[in-house]
Design a protein around this ligand. Structure first.
Ligand SMILES: *Cc1c(COP(=O)(O)O)cnc(C)c1O
Length: 228
């Protein structure tokens, strides 16, 4: 039997509702981004038919292809959550996607310049390597203030908040302090959007103030192996 995306989506929404209840938050204060990387357009349509509008993709080419193939869905919206090379900005731009992974002022400048050519403003988040893992992308916490200043000075990007990919701990409770650090960092800079929490640590992220969950596996099932 194929994976039942609609039922899985119901279970994820239930997990979010319960975590909101436990932490005294309004369920509407947490947005759900369905991370569809590696999954087919058909599965995205199933999720869309079940009320999903916000989708996250990690690869610029894949995002551009899917956005084009699904352009008949008028209110679908895309968030780019992978590492973005400057020469791929146009692909992300074509999908009208936000960029949730801005990790340098050079990247922010290039996004702004590109958006200016069509008179648009692109919503962005600054990605922080808050766990300070050597291999992960995102800027270091001590680089955040300068990057925020740089992004705010640009005419065609709108900085909304911070994003992090937390290290994977066996026990999701171990991620809590990292989420709390990101929240404090955002608060210190007057930023309201916090993109944190994945399948494994959804509850902890909501309880620590996430405003945007990026959930893949719990909605779409395991990802097929990536084509070379
Ligand atoms: C793949 C991915 C996700 C989703 O992860 P799951 O564990 O499948 O929920 C979230 N954020 C980023 C940046 C990802 O690359």
């Amino acid at each position: 039997m194929s994976h039942d995306v609609a039922a899985a989506l119901d279970r994820v929404r239930e997990r979010i509702a319960l975590a909101c209840q436990r932490s005294g938050r309004e369920p509407g204060s947490v947005q759900l981004v369905a991370v569809s990387k590696g999954h087919s357009e058909e599965l995205i349509r199933v999720a869309y038919d079940h009320g999903m509008r916000l989708f996250g993709e990690n690869y610029a080419q894949e995002l551009a292809q899917k956005a084009a193939a699904l352009s008949d869905l008028p209110d679908i919206r895309w968030r780019f959550i992978g590492h973005l090379q400057r020469n791929k900005i146009k692909l992300v731009e074509r999908a009208r996607a936000t960029v949730d992974t801005v990790d340098s002022s050079k990247l922010a400048e290039a996004i702004s310049a590109r958006a200016a050519t069509r008179g648009a403003t692109v919503e962005v988040l600054v990605q922080v390597n808050i766990g300070e893992e050597r291999q992960k992308s995102g800027c270091k916490p001590d680089e955040v203030p300068a990057l925020i200043d740089a992004a705010r000075a640009l005419p065609n990007v709108s900085l909304r908040g911070l994003m992090t990919v937390a290290p994977h701990f066996e026990d999701p409770e171990a991620t809590r302090p990292i989420f709390a650090d990101l929240r404090r960092l955002a608060e210190a800079h007057g930023l309201s959007e916090l993109s944190m929490g994945m399948t494994h640590d959804l509850e902890q992220a909501v309880e620590e103030g996430s405003t945007m969950l990026r959930i893949g596996t719990a909605i779409f099932g395991p990802r097929p192996a990536r084509q070379p």
